[in-house]
Design a protein around this ligand. Structure first.
Ligand SMILES: Nc1ncnc2c1ncn2[C@@H]1O[C@H](COP(=O)(O)OP(=O)(O)O)[C@@H](O)[C@H]1O
Ligand SMILES: [Mg+2]
Length: 270
């Protein structure tokens, strides 16, 4: 479970105005929920995820994960509880190491040597089955340098690494944005399978309205550092991309979304 309460993060550009990148945001994500986050560029999505990961400090408010107040914890202290996959397929993996060696690094992280994945054979078998479960065929690549994989394959290995120790929260910040549409689709499917099979609690930022409508149990629209739309339950399950575009129009008419933002969000509609 993730609980964000009255979270605020302000930045001051040199000589410029104060930007409230996250402006008093509160929401609770129950364990096992898959939340999709959308919003225009600069709306505060990455700052919000960064404040959960510990790369960004809150100016006020609190963040609790699995019942613990982690607001003042450093990034490395949160690593056991929070897994992350970034936009750049090269981030978080070592190109010259093999797929299995990269996974071994993730498996060893935060654990004492000799505990857990004691033998190489156990690790190989487990890595193989976890890859096969979400991207059949990728388990054949365990001994190849990760740098020889495509961007999409690399993101799938990154997903397996980020979730190796089953984090309480998985943060995905536009992890398919750098990929071509076919690869993005495969990574999205692998993500959905992984989150469902492992019953993970996940926050996924995307620019794709198709993904936003079709994936997850809940949808948050972030606008100017606030949550402008929060759809879950049955309403989320029956949400189509068309209906979502209609919701943007309604928000615009109610002056809760400006014209440019409504247009940008709609233009992502594919
Ligand atoms: N380190 C920073 N220093 C100053 N301003 C920042 C910093 N990080 C983000 N911002 C500003 O905060 C706002 C939100 O940014 P961000 O969270 O990256 O948005 P998004 O991920 O939705 O595109 C933007 O106005 C951005 O320019
Ligand atoms: Mg961002």
């Amino acid at each position: 479970m993730l609980e964000v309460s009255a979270a605020t993060v302000a930045f001051t550009a040199p000589g410029g105005p104060i930007v409230r990148a996250v402006d008093g945001v509160s929401f609770t994500v129950p364990a096992g929920a898959f939340v999709v986050v959308i919003g225009t560029n600069g709306s505060g999505k990455s700052t919000l995820l960064g404040s959960i990961a510990g790369t960004v400090r809150l100016d006020s408010g609190t963040i609790r994960v699995a019942g613990q107040d982690i607001t003042r914890w450093r990034e490395n202290q949160r690593a056991r509880y929070v897994g992350r996959v970034f936009q750049d397929p090269r981030a978080g993996t070592a190109a010259s190491l093999t797929v299995l060696e990269n996974i071994a690094v993730a498996a060893a992280r935060g654990r004492h040597a000799g505990l857990g994945w004691a033998t190489r054979r156990t690790l190989r078998a487990e890595a193989s089955s976890r890859l096969a479960a979400i991207a059949p065929g990728l388990e054949m690549r365990l001994d190849q340098p990760i740098g020889s994989l495509s961007g999409g394959q690399r993101q799938i290995v990154s997903l397996v690494m980020a979730t190796w120790h089953r984090p309480d929260v998985l943060l995905l910040d536009e992890h398919t944005a750098a990929l071509d549409p076919a690869a993005a689709d495969r990574v999205v499917q692998a993500t959905a399978r992984l989150v469902r099979d492992q019953k993970l609690t996940a926050l996924m930022v995307t620019h794709s309205l198709k993904q936003a409508a079709g994936l997850g149990d809940r949808l948050l629209l972030v606008h100017r550092g606030r949550i402008a739309l929060d759809i879950d339950g049955a309403a989320k399950r029956r949400l189509s991309a068309d209906a979502l575009a209609g919701r943007f129009d309604r928000l615009r008419r109610a002056d809760q979304l400006d014209d440019a933002a409504a247009r940008t969000l709609r233009d992502n509609y594919i």
